[in-house]
Design a protein around this ligand. Structure first.
Ligand SMILES: [Zn+2]
Length: 137
């Protein structure tokens, strides 16, 4: 398998179970040290239901992220600037930021926008003043 970063040849380094059912091969590039999986065939299933039933902190993380982001935006950006939450999951963060008063938009090709409907990204060519991309673990 070719490295997705530098195109050099990789070698299989280990196998791990994903979604508790798929044995996925991991490949390592000696040239650039990039670790990658085999071509991912499980993404649609993995992102089909983006909120895990065991995730009891999703709202508090989003509220915390929105407070930090709002503080930064308030002091460093203009009031009517447009912002984008990239990989915005079901739209919690976008909804919170819009409710605070910021002109936020949502984008996530792997999830369904449930809470920020009507505020999906309008055009991929539009330039936003800031793009957020929070990942929770
Ligand atoms: Zn590489």
């Amino acid at each position: 398998m070719k490295c997705k970063i530098c195109s050099h040849e990789t070698h299989r380094i280990f196998t791990a179970k994903i979604l508790n059912k798929y044995d996925v091969q991991y490949y390592y590039c000696n040239y650039c040290a990039f670790l990658q999986t085999e071509e991912p065939y499980w993404l649609k299933e993995a992102y089909g239901i983006s909120i895990s039933i065991t995730d009891t902190g999703i709202m508090s993380r989003n509220i915390g992220s929105s407070k930090i982001t709002a503080t930064i935006l308030y002091f460093l950006f203009k009031k009517f600037d447009k912002f984008l939450d990239y990989e915005g999951d079901c739209g919690i963060f976008t909804r919170l930021m819009r409710d605070i008063g910021f002109d936020f938009y949502w984008h996530d090709p792997h999830s369904t926008n449930l809470l920020a409907r009507g505020f999906e990204i309008k055009s991929k060519n539009y330039k936003y003043e800031l793009v957020t991309a929070f990942v929770s673990f």
